[in-house]
Each structure stands twice: as C-alpha cells, then as structure tokens.
Design a binder for this molecule. Structure first.
Ligand SMILES: [Zn+2]
Length: 121
C-alpha cells in the first residue's frame, strides 16, 4: 500500500459506541484504527489548543468524553467533547495519523507526548 493511496485516507466506517472510550475507524484500504478519546482530545488540532504555528502537541486536560461526531464536508470530522469543546477539524488524513500514533504508543509507551507535523492536519 503506497502512502499516497487515497484509500488510506477514506473512512468507510466510524464507530464510537455509547460508553466506549475509543473511536474506531475502518479505512478503504482495509486498515482499522482505534483512537482513544483522550488521544483525540489531547491532539485537538484547533487554534485554541495548538496556536497557529509549530508542531501539533499533546495538550493534557479537558473532558475527553465524546458527545457528538459530525462530518465536515467530505474531508474531515469534528467532535464535541464532554466539556463542550468542539472547534477542532480532524481531516481524514490527520485521523489516520492519530490512529497510527495510537498503535505506536501502545507498542512503545515512551513515545507518549510525541509531536505531529502540522502538515498532517
Ligand atoms: Zn481544541
């Protein structure tokens, strides 16, 4: 599978069952990624969380419970969290990157707090 394959960044199923603490995304290339809500919230890409420049950092705090999920155009999702925060636009490309980061963190917890390139958002 090539990095540029559009199926890598095309979700076919987004699942966040009530009471679950993880967002599961199935992608058109067959991959499935599981992103803990806390990871989604900590890497919220909005300007309020991340400012306007520099890498995307892990921002601790906030209520990570997922209240709503909405599609933005046909390129992104937005989430409203338990404390009402909901200004982040998560492009499909960025979500895929968070899914991969989630898997990397599970395999190697020392990568916790790693930054992500803003170009992924
Ligand atoms: Zn934010």
């Amino acid at each position: 599978m090539e990095q540029g394959d559009p199926r890598r960044v095309t979700p076919t199923l987004v699942s966040a069952p009530m009471g679950s603490d993880t967002l599961t995304v199935t992608w058109a290339d067959g991959a499935e990624t599981a992103i803990p809500n806390a990871l989604l919230r900590g890497y919220c890409p909005c300007a309020g969380c991340q400012g306007h420049s520099g890498d995307i950092r892990w921002i601790p705090g906030g209520n990570a419970a997922l209240d709503t999920i909405e599609e933005v155009g046909s390129y992104a999702l937005s989430f409203t969290f338990g404390d009402g925060h909901g200004s982040g636009i998560y492009t499909f490309r960025y979500l895929r990157s968070l899914g991969e980061l989630s898997a990397a963190l599970a395999a190697d917890p020392s990568r916790r707090g790693q930054t992500l390139s803003r170009s992924l958002t």
